[in-house]
Design a protein around this ligand. Structure first.
Ligand SMILES: NC(=O)C1=CN([C@@H]2O[C@H](COP(=O)(O)OP(=O)(O)OC[C@H]3O[C@@H](n4cnc5c(N)ncnc54)[C@H](O)[C@@H]3O)[C@@H](O)[C@H]2O)C=CC1
Ligand code: BAL
Length: 498
């Protein structure tokens, strides 16, 4: 991937035309109320565009169109190979429009162009391609039965699904959801986060060009209460897949309970520990992983390593290396490709993150917050009840906690309501595996930071997750349901057999 210069990115930005209307039944249209809202560039505070502010009436319309599409089978009953081919065309169209989408994503979210170009766009393409390639390789099953019966276990698309998205990876979370949902044959109602609607709208337009039929892929920009809640409560939506905060995820369970008991999958917050034991090897490499885990995407990442739990014998040596790596993460204009730290997504989120700085734990590195940008910050925290180690900050702030040994480290790692991700650094394979088993989290990485791969399931334990998983073949379970078909083969004597 050859990156452009800031001036070249700015020229692309100047030429962009933003999709601003809702996408329903294959075409752009204003919100039925005629209302719109401003979407801002968080790095400058400037208004990028006025986007349709949808409401319950738009949800009703989109669900009606999505249901029609689902029931007449224009997508749901296509041969899986045909859905695969359309989704691969979509992935190729995203590749063809990669620069435009990367710049749009960066402008709308404050993410660095470096990350958009090297991670978000390629991973989005990879995710869609992976699920497309999967779909014509999944076999139904037959269960053990007598010679007089065939017991078939078949998968069917669940129907119309609501996909409620966060703002931290607008394109990639879209892909994590639409990849398996569309591959399975569902019709989708996408609700992007209000802060970041633009790229989802553009992808819906590209999906039409790729041959995804009208009504199958709908995008409704708007607020949580105005669009998210009507999706959650809709009587004709069969399932919801949500990524966002635990507080909002909890609401979706309520919506489902109070409406049609739709299936709900929740991928929510984290307060993820990175445990470094005295025997960890190659501290420089460990430090690089810790810095990446804490500060990548400005810490606006559900799996961010926000708690460093370090055994005291290695603490000072590790911190020195961590400081050195953190200083290699320049912060500034997201469209300057040298920068690794961009702007936080919104003024409201900036204010929330900045509220964790100031009084309280000792600042070891960074600590400044200004005009939408927060420096990579490291805090030495002795009070284990401090809000910096209890609450999901979702910003570039790493809290350091010091422990005497393995057992205390694991106890502290689990001392949270969350359970999304964790990492453990040690040269001792037994301690690594004992730790990985003992930590209550959906993904544990050993001697590295990461979320695994598209091929492995991603989701949380405890208050980080509920229901299904994103990614991997397991994501398919969210968007399909199992049906059992019993066939009686007994010869009842009234049919002539040739
Ligand atoms: N797990 C993750 O990836 C994410 C976690 N968060 C956490 O949540 C915090 C707050 O960020 P928010 O944007 O407020 O997250 P949020 O959970 O409120 O928003 C996520 C999605 O839910 C929608 N939503 C909001 N309120 C809703 C409601 N009452 N009913 C239905 N849908 C609703 C939003 O419009 C958005 O599309 C962040 O500071 C961070 O700690 C935020 C985004 C992603
Ligand atoms: N890191 C991808 C999932 C999320 O942050 O929501």
């Amino acid at each position: 991937m050859t990156l452009l210069t800031t001036e070249e990115y700015k020229a692309i930005a100047a030429g962009l035309s933003f999709p601003t209307q809702a996408f329903i039944d294959g075409s752009f249209r204003p919100a039925l109320s005629g209302k719109s809202f401003d979407t801002l560039n968080p790095a400058t505070g400037q208004v990028l565009a006025q986007v349709a502010a949808c409401g319950a009436a738009d949800v009703d319309l989109a669900v009606e169109k999505a249901r029609d599409a689902f029931e007449d089978g224009r997508w749901s009953r296509l041969h899986p190979r045909e859905r695969k081919e359309a989704l691969i065309r979509l992935a190729k169209l995203i590749r063809r429009n990669a620069r435009e989408l990367a710049v749009m994503e960066s402008l709308d979210s404050g993410k660095t162009i470096y990350d958009c170009e090297t991670v978000d766009i390629p991973e989005t393409i990879h995710c869609l391609t992976w699920h497309a390639e999967l779909i014509d390789k999944i076999y139904d099953q037959t269960a053990p039965a007598s010679d007089d019966h065939i017991a078939m276990v078949v998968r069917e698309p669940v129907g119309v699904v609501g996909l409620v998205l966060p703002w931290n990876f607008p394109l990639l979370m879209l892909a994590w959801k639409i990849g398996p949902a569309l591959a399975a044959g569902c019709s989708v109602i996408v609700k992007p986060a209000m802060e970041t609607s633009l790229t989802a709208l553009r992808v819906a337009e590209l999906a039409m060009e790729a041959g995804v039929p009208a009504g199958v892929f709908n995008v409704l920009p708007g607020g949580g209460a105005e669009v998210g809640e009507p999706i959650g409560r809709h009587m004709d939506i069969d399932a919801v897949s949500f990524t966002g905060s635990t507080a909002t995820g909890r609401r979706f369970l309520g919506y489902a309970a109070e409406s049609n008991l739709k299936e709900v999958t929740l991928e929510m917050g984290g307060k993820n520990p990175a445990v470094v034991l005295d025997d960890a090897e190659n501290l420089d490499r460990v430090a690089a992983h810790i810095v990446n885990g804490a500060f990548w995407n400005m810490g606006e990442n559900c799996s961010a390593s926000s708690r460093l739990i370090v055994q005291k014998g290695v603490k000072d040596a590790l911190l020195e290396r961590i400081y050195a790596h953190a200083r290699e993460w320049p912060m500034g204009d997201p469209l300057d490709p040298v920068n690794r730290v961009g702007a936080l997504v919104s003024k409201a989120h900036f204010d929330k993150v900045a509220g964790y700085l100031g009084k309280g734990p000792k600042v070891l590195l960074g600590g400044r917050a200004k005009d939408g940008f927060v420096e990579p910050t490291i805090l030495d925290v002795s009070d284990r009840e401090a809000k910096q180690v209890r609450e999901e900050i979702f910003g570039p702030i790493l809290s350091v906690l010091t422990v005497d040994g393995f057992d205390e480290a694991i106890q502290l790692a689990n001392d949270t309501q969350y359970g999304l991700a964790a990492s453990i650094f040690t040269a001792n394979v037994k301690r690594a595996l004992r730790g990985a088993r003992a930590i209550r989290a959906g993904t544990v990485t050993v001697n590295s930071f990461g979320e695994g791969d598209i091929s492995t399931p991603f989701g949380g334990f405890r208050q980080s997750g509920f229901g299904g998983r994103d990614n991997g073949i397991h994501a398919h379970d969210q968007y399909t349901q199992l049906k059992t078909i019993w066939v009686d083969l007994a010869d009842d004597g009234d049919e002539a057999v040739a």
